[in-house]
Structures are given as C-alpha cells and as structure tokens.
Design a protein around this ligand. Structure first.
Ligand code: S3P
Length: 436
C-alpha cells in the first residue's frame, strides 16, 4: 500500500486536469448499455468506481471499448442485457450496486451483485425495500447487505415517497421504472442530484418532474415499445473532485487555480455557496449548457476562511464534500460544525469517525457526535503533520492531503492509492500545482 508524503506548500498555482464526473459517468454508461447502438462517452471518469460499472455492464453483454478517456458502449436495447456467468463486482462503488440493483430487478434473468469489504457493509435495504414494493425478488445478507441475489421478474410501477434524501435510491427506482408496467413516481423529501433524470431524458426516456416528484414511463413489455437511443456525450469535470483544489487553493493568499469545464449542475453547486459564505474566492466563468448539464470554469484564489455550521436540507447536496469541509475546520476563524449528517457513517467508511480520528492525530480539537462533528477553528492552534489512516476511503485520503499542505511538518497519507476510487491523478495534480 502506497504512502504519500505531503510537505507544506507556499501556494498553489495552475490549471487542474479533473476527471470526468463520477456520478454522471455511471449513469451514462448504464443507460448506454440499455440503449440500442453505440454511445460515445467522452471525458469519461477514470475513477475505479466507474471502471466497476463498465466491468459490470460488460459482463451483462454490453460491448465496452476504452480509448484514453473516451468510452464507447454498444448496447442492444432495453431488453438486450444477458445474464452474467459470474457475480457482478461493484468494487467500492455504492452507486454501481444500488443503481444496477434497480436495472437488474426487472430483467428476465438472475444476477448476483457483490463488492469489496466496505461495500458489503453498506446498507442496501434502502433500495431492496422499495424495489420489493415493485415486485422485485432480491435477497441480501441480513436482508440489508451485499452480496445481493436478484431474481429478475416482472415489475409494477409504484408511487414511492422516499423516507430519506438519496440520489442513489431515487435513481435505482427510476431505472427499475423503465422495466415496470405503468408510470413509476418517486418523491424525495429534499433535493438531491438530478443526473439520472437528465440522463434518462438525454437517452430518450419519458421523464417528468413536478416539484420533488419525478415520474418515469415504463418502456413497455417484451420487445419494448419505448426505446433508448445511443448518444454521443461529453462528461463534465467532477465538481466533487474539484473541491479538493478549491479548498487547497483557498488556504494560501498567493494561490491562483483554474478548473476548466467543471460540472456546475445546480443540484451539486451548494458546496460553492458554502465556500462563498465562508469567504472563499471562487468565481464561475463561461457557464454553458451541455446535454442537460451545466458546465463552466472555476477560478480560485486564496482567502481567509470564516467557517460556520452546515446542517439541514443542505446536507444531501454537499454530502460528498463534507470530509473536505471538516478537514478545513482548523484553518477557519470560527471552526466548522456539521449536523444532520448521520449518513456520513455509512459511506465508504464511517466518515465521522475517520474525520475525528485523523483531525485529532493532527492536533485539532474535535467533538464527535452521532450525526456530525464540531471542529474548532484557528484559535485552537495550528495543525501538525501526522500519519493519516484513511480507512480505505478516497475522500478521507484527499481531504487530509489538503489539510497537510498548510500544517507544520510533513503529513503521511497511508494507503494513498485509495484516492483512485474517484480521482486517480489526484496526488500528481496536487504536486504539479504546489509551489514549495
Ligand atoms: C451519488 C449519490 C450520493 C453520493 C455518492 C454518489 C450518486 O449518495 O454520496 O457519492 O451518484 O447518486 P446518496 O444518494 O446515497 O446520498
């Protein structure tokens, strides 16, 4: 397992090469596998998670060809998937497992979905229960954990009021809805990322949004009356990866960092509002619409960060950025307090515990709570370099690499390769932009 040593830097300067958006890449790949013909997906994410999705759809009969960051997926229509002779391995990727569970529930064959040690500990009841309401036959360990045995069957549409705000649950149901008879509707209690809705529209499915309710038409039984069309699409840069550079640049007055073609879908940009409220200097430039998504450039300069409280309906919109925000806490004036985020405990690691442990290793003052944490600000003292244990979690590894840039002494990130789950070139990019 590779260690990375993070030395303090003076500032960051230059343009970052971001991977394609991970959430969007998963969705484009899955829908391309259900479409008729060859889709060309440019700037497809290099993340290990998206590789897991490509491996799964390939095992299900889609033809996948990768040429640098362009992926060509040839699908055989919505009823064109075939049963895989081996278990489908979603690796570390919750999105792969939950969204595929939705697709596989309505097939006319059986599948087994598994994943790595972390994924096999993450809750799946949240998709198993509503899919069962649609008629799905899914069995999991303790009725909640992978491996999942899915016996494909005929599904019926339901109207589902989600008890939790989760884009993955919403997406699993909308994808299952393609294979159900009638109109499936899903109502979310709070807004979550809407890439599935947008991608479904792009590929030609009939989707309707009304407030917090999304409806999708089934594609029709047998040799499907509805169709999905192969598409040529550009994946925007991943804002959740960009955030590590936004945070890193903000820490040093002389920083000047540019991020080109970043995905700026409004269901993802709440993090930019949080940064702006904290006093960060981020500017969005040249916004344009791209296949339903919005892209633009971000220019970031150094700033003095205030800190603050992040809670309530905002949490699902910044869920993946919370590790970075928490690790910035000691560099802010008031510190950072995160509430209503118990969901962080069932991500790739227990992120609340991982953040508290590693922040303390660096000398921060932290109060760990069931649904979040409170990290003291600058007055509690400067962070010291330390040995960081990311618990195999990419976002923990990257958050502490950034925290280490402004600490006293060197920081060692153990098992740094785990960053490849979302951002394989993260450490190379960080070193390229760092001025020491
Ligand atoms: C994702 C949704 C979020 C997020 C995850 C990716 C997606 O999970 O944390 O990294 O692509 O739909 P939840 O929707 O379960 O909160």
């Amino acid at each position: 397992m590779k260690k990375e040593i993070i030395q303090p830097v003076k500032y960051l300067t230059g343009a970052v090469e971001l991977p394609g958006d991970k959430s969007i890449s998963h969705r484009y790949a899955m829908l391309a596998a259900l479409a008729e013909g060859t889709s060309e997906l440019r700037h497809f994410s290099a993340a290990a998670d998206c590789r897991s999705t490509l491996d799964c759809i390939s095992a299900l009969g889609a033809d996948v060809k990768t040429d640098n960051d362009t992926v060509r997926v040839t699908g055989h229509g919505p009823r064109g998937l075939k049963s895989s002779w081996r278990a489908l391995d979603a690796g570390n990727s919750g999105t792969t497992m939950r969204l595929l569970a939705g697709i596989l529930a309505g097939q006319n064959f059986s599948s087994k979905l598994t994943g790595d040690d972390s994924l096999r500990k993450r809750p799946m009841k949240r998709v198993i229960a509503p899919l069962r309401e649609m008629g799905a036959d899914i069995r999991g360990r303790e009725d909640n954990f992978a491996p999942l045995d899915i016996r494909g069957t005929k599904l019926s549409a339901i109207n589902y009021k989600m008890p939790m705000a989760s884009a993955q649950v919403k997406s699993a149901l909308l994808l299952a809805g393609l294979f159900a008879e009638g109109v499936t509707s899903v109502t979310e209690p709070a807004r979550t990322r809407d890439h599935t809705e947008l991608a479904l529209e792009e590929f030609g499915a009939s989707v309707e949004k009304n407030g917090r309710t999304i409806r999708v038409n089934g594609l029709g039984a047998g040799s499907c009356s509805g169709k999905l069309t192969a598409k040529s699409l550009d994946v925007p840069g991943d804002l959740s990866s960009a955030v590590f550079f936004l945070a890193a640049a903000s820490l040093f007055p002389d920083s000047n960092v540019l991020l080109h073609n970043v995905g700026l879908n409004p269901t993802r940009t709440a993090i930019l509002d949080v940064f702006a409220e904290m006093g960060a200097s981020n500017q969005m430039l040249g916004l344009k619409s791209s296949q339903g998504e919005i892209i633009g450039d971000l220019a970031v300069k150094g700033a003095s960060l205030k800190g603050g409280v992040i809670a309530g309906e905002r949490i699902p919109l910044v869920i993946d950025e919370l590790p970075m925000l928490a690790a910035l806490g000691p560099y802010t004036e008031e510190g950072i307090e995160i509430r209503d985020a118990a969901e962080l405990r069932v991500k790739e690691s227990d992120r609340i515990a991982a953040l508290a442990e590693n922040l303390r290793r660096m000398g921060a003052s932290v109060e760990e709570r069931p649904d979040g944490l409170k990290v003291a600000g600058r007055a509690a003292g400067k962070l010291r370099g330390a040995e960081i244990e990311p618990r195999g979690d990419h976002r923990i590894a990257m958050a502490f690499a950034v925290a280490g840039l402004a600490a006293e002494g060197n920081t060692v990130i153990r098992d740094a390769d785990c960053a490849g789950v979302s951002f394989p070139t993260f450490f190379a990019e960080l070193n390229r932009l760092a001025e020491r």
